[in-house]
Design a protein around this ligand. Structure first.
Ligand SMILES: Nc1ncnc2c1ncn2[C@@H]1O[C@H](COP(=O)(O)OP(=O)(O)OP(=O)(O)O)[C@@H](O)[C@H]1O
Length: 520
């Protein structure tokens, strides 16, 4: 590490001409950025803009290919910079999913590598316990210091990790990567107020806040840097800007009537004059969503857009019985139905793909075949309830071929496949049940970039041949790409509708509506 005194002592850290390449991707490109002590600096940009990679460079987790990074006045040597060195220089990155030891206690996690000792050199558990209780109290987390941290909700783990960086590690440069995304509104506001209070009391600290919420930037940040395609578009003083201007910088110069990226207006079997497959009428769940209603037609892909907390995920879960609405009706093929669980939904031929594929869908350590067939064993069992191997082979080999699943064989362990191929197997599992309605919760999540278009193509060309699809996809670009109609959820309500073929059916307009810009 080279030690150079920075001419401006108030600069917490700065980057000059920083670049990070991955094979085929320039994730961070010629970035100049300077964050002051005592400021909350927002970093904002659409999915894939380079926000997280930038943070990993500052925290020593990955190495820049070019450029210089200066931390607390010292230019770092990027060839030797490590996370430990970053921590020693006061840098702490709090990622969306904190890196904690799930089977260890809260106290052991928070004091890992920072244990307190008595003057006799023994662990001072009493003191550590009191500090943990104090941190939990400040973060409004109800927890016993001896509880296993993995048993806590992810949002509590994140808040405790944040408390560790602030009060135990006493970090000075705290990088928060979308930590507000999983928090309910009241805790989000509480956390962001805590950032303000901390900075007021400790003006040598700086926070860098990555977020997808323009409103959070407007309300809580001093300055904001907008990234697009790995580059800095602009750094602005927040009091001198507004949500619309930020949204315009984020989306860039996209023509409002630009054609969706890969799929043209190709629906041959979509006829909205026919009876709908599913009518959703006035669905309401207190605190989540309000008065949601629309029709889903055969051959139609309906996209739900909105930020976390907008109600779109809860609404999708209500359609599959994971959340029970207070009011409203579901009319499936002319008949009112009530759905108590995903299994009950499947009886009505409504199939659900969960967002948390690894925890909720994959059957680990089992073969591709078992994973693909698990929901239809009753259909392929023959005499004496034995599995009809010929049928099983036909179906799974057909699946592998039609979705281009890269696997050595149908007997391979599913855990040996890439994330994208595992997702394809799960899509096969639900399509093997021949549903009339697909509810897909983030079908491209955790899927490699080359497989995403294949999954979008499967949804558009295969799944909705004789069915209808309702889906959420975090990236508005992908959502617009695959959908026939996009409903924008904002604060629990549908506040805007975009139809394929309309001049404003494009990523930029949907993104702005998601952020609450240009709503009626
Ligand atoms: N380890 C990696 N290997 C290859 N490419 C990567 C890697 N990490 C990130 N990328 C690519 O770098 C680009 C920037 O990714 P990054 O995660 O920083 O975006 P982001 O702005 O944080 O997006 P999001 O808001 O979706 O989290 C993307 O194209 C991403 O696919």
């Amino acid at each position: 590490m080279r030690s150079e005194v920075n001419s401006s002592p108030e600069v917490a850290y700065s980057l000059r001409n920083v670049q990070k390449k991955y094979p085929g991707v320039l994730a961070v490109d010629q970035v100049d950025l300077s964050v002051q002590q005592g400021e909350i600096h927002g970093i904002i940009g659409k999915n894939g803009a380079g926000k997280s990679v930038l943070m990993t460079l500052i925290a020593g987790i990955s190495r820049a290919n070019e450029g210089t990074i200066t931390i607390q006045g010292k230019e770092i040597d990027m060839r030797t910079y490590t996370p430990t060195m970053a921590r020693e220089m006061g840098v702490m990155l709090i990622p969306q999913e904190p890196l904690l030891m799930p089977s260890m206690s809260v106290i052991d996690n928070l004091f890992l590598n920072s244990e307190l000792k008595t003057r006799f050199g023994l662990l001072d558990r009493e003191k550590m316990k009191n500090i943990v209780l104090d941190i939990a109290d400040r973060m409004s987390v109800k927890v016993s210091p001896d509880a296993c941290i993995g048993s806590l909700p992810i949002e509590d783990q994140q808040l405790l990790f944040f408390g560790k960086s602030l009060f135990i590690n006493q970090s000075k440069i705290i990088l928060l990567d979308e930590i507000t995304a999983s928090l309910p509104k009241d805790r989000k506001v509480q956390l962001l107020n805590l950032l303000r209070k901390t900075i007021k009391e400790n003006p040598e600290i700086s926070f860098t806040l990555i977020t997808h919420y323009i409103n959070e930037v407007i309300e809580f940040c001093d300055r904001v840097t907008i990234l697009r395609d790995g580059r800095v578009v602009k750094t602005l003083n927040v009091p001198e800007t507004n949500a619309k201007e930020l949204a315009d910088y984020i989306v860039g110069d996209v023509k409002p009537n630009a054609t969706p990226i890969s799929f043209q207006n190709d629906r041959k079997n979509l006829d909205r004059t026919k009876k709908p497959l599913l009518r959703i009428v006035g669905l309401n769940k207190e605190g989540c969503f309000n008065n949601i209603g629309f029709d889903l037609f055969e051959g139609e892909v309906v996209g739900l857009a909105g930020l976390d907390g907008s109600g779109k995920y809860e609404f999708l879960e209500a359609l599959t019985g994971l959340i029970h609405p207070n009011e409203g009706k579901l009319i499936y093929k002319d008949r009112e139905i009530s759905i108590s669980s995903p299994t009950a939904a499947l009886k009505h031929r409504i199939a659900y793909l969960p967002k948390k594929r690894e925890e909720q869908a994959i059957i680990h350590n089992r073969s591709v075949e078992e994973n693909a067939l698990i929901s239809i064993y009753d259909r392929i069992c023959g005499w004496l309830n034995w599995i009809d191997n010929r049928k099983a082979r036909e179906i799974v080999e057909g699946n592998i071929k039609s979705l281009n699943i890269k696997t050595p064989s149908r007997h391979s362990n599913i855990d040996t496949l890439s994330g994208g191929n595992r997702q394809k197997v799960v899509i096969n599992r639900i399509s093997n049940t021949n549903p009339n309605v697909y509810l897909l919760n983030e079908p491209t999540r955790g899927v490699d970039i080359s497989t995403k278009p294949e999954i979008l193509g499967t949804i558009r060309h295969e799944l909705c041949k004789t069915s209808g699809v309702i889906l959420t996809i975090e990236s508005e670009e992908e959502l617009v790409d695959v959908s026939d109609v996009v409903y924008v959820f904002y604060k629990g309500e549908i506040r805007k509708v975009f139809h394929r073929g309309d001049p404003n059916f494009c990523f930029a307009e949907v993104y702005k509506a998601v952020q609450g810009v240009n709503l009626l």
